[in-house]
Design a protein around this ligand. Structure first.
Ligand SMILES: [Zn+2]
Length: 126
């Protein structure tokens, strides 16, 4: 599996937060991602092949439960990207820089921001 955007968003987000993500390819070619470190704050519900990753970025109560706290953790400002709210923006107002990510929902934008700019729970600069 190649690096980058082909990985599921929740896997990229979990990696950025310090999880050692493990992939399993099913017979039909679909890829499932699991928490390889089994840290209690990383992992979601146990599944047949391991512990499912938390659904970072998913627009659901479970998705919000794990994604919402990232706003405070990284000091993000989150809001609609336009008046029609057709996309959302998560932004970190840094001292000398300004990082942002956009997504279809607020949670999607937050998870994309964390996946790109968050490393081990810290903001990656420069
Ligand atoms: Zn983990």
């Amino acid at each position: 599996m190649s690096e980058g955007k082909q990985r599921p968003l929740n896997a990229r987000c979990a990696l950025a937060l310090g999880c050692s993500v493990v992939y399993a390819t099913h017979a039909d070619g679909t890829v499932a991602a699991f928490c390889g470190c089994a840290h209690p704050t990383h992992a979601g519900v146990a599944g047949a092949n391991g512990v499912w990753l938390l659904p970072y970025g998913e627009d659901s109560p479970a998705g919000w439960a794990c994604t919402g706290p990232l706003i405070e953790r990284f000091g993000l400002t989150v809001g609609p990207g336009n008046e029609e709210r057709t996309f959302w923006v998560a932004r970190d107002w840094g001292q000398d820089d300004d990082t942002f990510a956009t997504g279809a929902t607020a949670g999607d934008a937050i998870a994309k921001w964390a996946a790109e700019f968050g490393v081990g729970g810290e903001v990656r600069r420069g």
